[in-house]
Every structure is written in structure tokens, then in C-alpha cells.
Design a protein around this ligand. Structure first.
Ligand code: ATP
Ligand code: MG
Length: 347
């Protein structure tokens, strides 16, 4: 007799058009009903062209009709609006896509140099201080900066069951391409090799039980970042912006990228939000509030703002994130606040 699981397995053969990942792992399949060989499946897409919808529908029908013993087949594809893609309550509870890791959260930005890695390391440390077990995966193959920012240069070792044991810094388990390459050697790799390595970083690393694995994505929202979002089974994404970037539509691009792969957006962080001089004068060097305004426009959460501060850069250069070296500084407090907000968004 046909079961729901048979149907789901058959649908795993249907790839999302243009991608290597299938529609089941993308979370598009919402409901499956089987009765006396008759099958009905409903799917929801967030942002897809009519051609894509049609193609998924006919490919799914074809896959289902090929199951031995199947009777009438009905596939319904609905187009949910952008609002429906936002995190809904209870959405997380049932999932646990990587064994031993509760949540996988990506940190992305539309452009380089906005402080994505700085936010990643400080969020990791702040979440650790909240009592969570945290891992941090540096997916920036070409410019891995996490080892330096966390002050860790030790390489991973290999366990008896041939898994990589990630080195730790400030109580956080780390994995980065920076551990595996020699010195400043540039990495000249093609896309598929990068994807393979990242897959290994997820599956062949002994992360152990983690409450959250943070993933520092390479800058940008192009194809490379998109395929990383498909390779890593993400539960949510955080977008880092400067006030200036936000006004240039960079946040919107980040949101669009996550929505394309059905990854819920956990919120926006505005970095280099303002500057307070040693004498206490405030200067909105890059403008201020663009991140919050854009988050509101896009109906996603605003997680908080981080000041531009010399100690934040110094902390990064020294391998001691500000959350560790200056927890009571404005920057340190900002990150702890953001970590709390992030945890709430995921709860
Ligand atoms: N709030 C801040 N105050 C002061 N300096 C900062 C702040 N945020 C980041 N920086 C500094 O800005 C530089 C770029 O930051 P970071 O490397 O985190 O950006 P990124 O977005 O990860 O860059 P890339 O695109 O190269 O990966 C670093 O030298 C970092 O120390
Ligand atoms: Mg970086």
C-alpha cells in the first residue's frame, strides 16, 4: 500500500528548476494525502515565475505517476505572498536538519566590508554567554577571517571515526578554510569544489551537540551565495548592513536571496550605525537608521544597531571580540542585545 513516505520519496527526485536541490528538501511540499492509490499533494512557493510553477507541477505529476500502483494524481501549487515567507510561529519546532545541531543560521550581507564577520564572531560569543552551545562556520573560502578574529590558528584534528574535530576559541567550535590552507595562499577553486568542501564542513565535522551553528557567508547575494544557501541546510538568515548600504537596496537583495531558497529571515543588523567620540559627541558618520527603516519596509525584524568603535576593530585584529574584551562597552552591549533578539526570533 502506498504511504505518505513513498510519495515524499518520489518527490525527492524533482529538482527545483535551475537548482541542484529537490523540492522536498526546500520545504515546498506542504501536504500529502494518499487514499486507495489516489494521491494529492499541495505545495507552496514564495517567489517563482509562472513558468517555474508550471514546471514544478508537471515534473511532480510525472514523478508521482511513475510510482507503481498509483491511481489519480493531483498536484496543487499555490503562490504565497512575500509576507507568508516571513517566519511564522512554530515553524522551527519540528525541524532538525543536521543531526546534533538544533539550528543553522547564516549571516549575510549584500556587500563586502560591512562587518559581517565581526558581527558573526561577536554574536557567537554573545550567544555563548547566554548559555548556548555555539559553532561558527566560515564559508568565506577566498577571504576566511574568522580564525584571526577568534584568535585561533590551531588546525582541526581527525577523530577515530574520521571526522574533523573543530578547534575552539572563546568556547566556540570553529571551522574555516583558513585552517586548511597554508599561509596566505590564495584559493583558486571552482564552484563545485567549494560546495563539496562546505558540505564536508557540515557533515564531516564533529560539531557535537550544538544549539546553534552560525554560518558566515561570503559577501554578496549572487549565484555563489545562493548555492551556498542551498548547500547548507539553513533554518534562518540574518542580514548585516551599514546605514548607507541599506538605502542602496542591499538589504532588499539579501532578503530576496533568502526568500528564493525559502530560508526565513530572522532580521537585520545595522553595523557602523553611529560613532561616539571619546569626549561623548555622537556622529552619524554613515547616516543612521537605514537598517531599521528598510527592515520595517520589508516587514522583517530589526535586531539592533552596533556603533562604529575603534575597540571593535581592535578586538577583531587581536582575536578577542569586543563581547569578550569589553562586555560593558557600548559595542559589547549592542551585540549581547542583538543575540537576545536573535534567540527570541528563533524561539
Ligand atoms: N562596528 C565596527 N566598528 C569598528 N570597526 C568595525 C566595525 N565592524 C567592522 N569593523 C571593521 O571593519 C573591517 C571589515 O569588517 P569585517 O571583516 O567584519 O567585514 P565583512 O563584511 O566580513 O568583510 P568581507 O566582505 O571582507 O568578508 C574590519 O577591519 C573590522 O574590524
Ligand atoms: Mg568577512
Amino acid at each position: 500500500m502506498l504511504t505518505e513516505e513513498d510519495i515524499r520519496n518520489a518527490l525527492r527526485a524533482v529538482k527545483y528548476p535551475g537548482y541542484s536541490r529537490d523540492i522536498v528538501s526546500f520545504g515546498l511540499v506542504k501536504q500529502i494525502a494518499v487514499k486507495n492509490g489516489a494521491v494529492s499533494v499541495s505545495m507552496a512557493l514564495t517567489s517563482a515565475s509562472p513558468e517555474t510553477v508550471q514546471q514544478i507541477k508537471s515534473n511532480a505529476e510525472q514523478a508521482l505517476r511513475a510510482i507503481p500502483g498509483v491511481g489519480p494524481v493531483m498536484v496543487e501549487v499555490t503562490q504565497a505572498g512575500a509576507a507568508a515567507a516571513a517566519p511564522q510561529q512554530g515553524q522551527w519546532s519540528a525541524q532538525n536538519k543536521v543531526p546534533g545541531i538544533q539550528r543553522v543560521v547564516a549571516i549575510a550581507s549584500g556587500k563586502g566590508g560591512v562587518g559581517k564577520s565581526t558581527v558573526s564572531v561577536n554574536l557567537a560569543c554573545a550567544l555563548r554567554q547566554l548559555g548556548l552551545e555555539i559553532g561558527l562556520l566560515d564559508c568565506d573560502i577566498y577571504g576566511p577571517s574568522i580564525p584571526l578574529m577568534m584568535g585561533v590558528s590551531q588546525r582541526p584534528t581527525i577523530s577515530e571515526d574520521e571526522k574533523m574535530i573543530p578547534p575552539s576559541g572563546h568556547g566556540i567550535k570553529l571551522m574555516s578554510m583558513g585552517f586548511l590552507i597554508e599561509g596566505d595562499q590564495p584559493v583558486i577553486w571552482r564552484g563545485p569544489m567549494i560546495m563539496k568542501t562546505i558540505q564536508q564542513f557540515i557533515n564531516s565535522v564533529a560539531w557535537g551537540p550544538l544549539d546553534m551553528l552560525l554560518v558566515d557567508l561570503p559577501p554578496g547575494t549572487g549565484d555563489a551565495q545562493l548555492s551556498l544557501c542551498q548547500t547548507v541546510p539553513l533554518d534562518g538568515g540574518v542580514i548585516v548592513t551599514t546605514p548607507q548600504e541599506a538605502s542602496l537596496g542591499v538589504v532588499r537583495k539579501g532578503i530576496a536571496m533568502f526568500r528564493k531558497v525559502n530560508v526565513p529571515i530572522l532580521g537585520v543588523v545595522e553595523n557602523m550605525s553611529f560613532y561616539v567620540s571619546p569626549s561623548g559627541e555622537r556622529d552619524d558618520i554613515f547616516g543612521h537608521g537605514g537598517g531599521r527603516a528598510e527592515a520595517e519596509r520589508q516587514q522583517v525584524a530589526f535586531l539592533g544597531e552596533v556603533p562604529l568603535a575603534t575597540e571593535i576593530r581592535q578586538g577583531g585584529d587581536r582575536g578577542e571580540p569586543i563581547v569578550i574584551s569589553g562586555p560593558s562597552s557600548a559595542g559589547g552591549k549592542a551585540f549581547v542585545g542583538i543575540a537576545g533578539n536573535l534567540r527570541r526570533e528563533l524561539a
